[in-house]
Write a protein that binds this ligand. Sequence first.
Ligand code: TXA
Ligand code: MG
Length: 351
Amino acid sequence: MKTCYITINKDNPYNEHTKLQEISKFLTMGELVACPTETVYGLCGNALLGSSVKKIYEAKGRPSDNPLIIHISNLEMLNKLVQEVPKNAQKLIDAFWPGPLTIIFKKKDIVPFETTGGLDTVAIRMPNNKVILSIIDECNLPLSAPSANVSGRPSPTKAEHVKEDLDGKIACIVDGGNCDFGVESTIVDCTSEIPILLRPGNITVSMLENVLGKINIDKTITSETKLNIAPKAPGMKYKHYSPNAEVFLFVGDINEISNKIIENVKSHNGNVGILCTDETFEKYKNINAKVLSLGTRKNLNTITANLFSSLREMDLLGVDTIFCESFSKEDEGLAIMNRLIKASGYKIINI
Ligand code: TXA
Ligand code: MG
């Protein structure tokens, strides 16, 4: 299939009506369109059409028991998809939508099981990015959209990343610039009495607690070893976010970590990459490794924004091994560590 490329102005997409019509036509015909959200690029298809949803699983090579998030642009759409909006969900909607938060609800029959991976619940979010919102408005369809990467690879934060993974496999790629946040949305299950955090993201635990009071955290998302229990978000059980290179995550005191990384580079035969931070960058100056800084520890949002693109860049630099610094699991650090632990496949070096 020849993929059609459309560039759209991120700040004013509603002015580009002809382009929106063209994009919308692919979606109403059941084809797939990749476009930006504020977190990562999404691979969109009509959420209500099983055949369109099947194409998403095929293009990504995604296991069909891994349900998709539905993206909406207004609350009328929400009411058509879910049985009820529990009180806690309403509080989260008021506080964080549109934004990087996905909420799990009980689904209505109209939502096909292809979208929910056979579950009776459905994941929904209203993204805060004008490109995807204008596309949803134009086609007037709720859109199923997983991250627009081949399953297992780091999520895409630029149109180029989508091209690397999906060129020739989908109808259209919309280039709407870089994504602001860089890691996928926080997921909260609101179908139980006390809401449960299923995936950490830029909406942090303390932000959620401020709104909800108490929240439970799915144990599997913070664990540094593979637990014998299944995560409640089925997708979290798969190896994820992995570049081609092997990732080793160094956990412990930051000064000791960098010394240990330097020691390991010296004894490694091969092409090594180091993922570090602005605070430690200079320390790695004189060793034989490709070094990328993820950003500053003083502003973890810079780290989330660069995380996946840096993992992809390491592949382009041809390294076979990546040594990566770790972060405290406070605030956005929880999302960063969750993704790095997955990217390393639990190859953690405790200092
Ligand atoms: O930021 C995001 O959420 C991005 C952008 C494109 O919106 N999307 C995204 O989708 O990350 P995906 O497919 O890569 O991740 C969806 C996650 C998976 O871990 C899946 O198992 C979980 O959401 N999920 C979806 N429906 C669920 C449900 N009904 N119950 C529990 N987990 C669910
Ligand atoms: Mg994904």
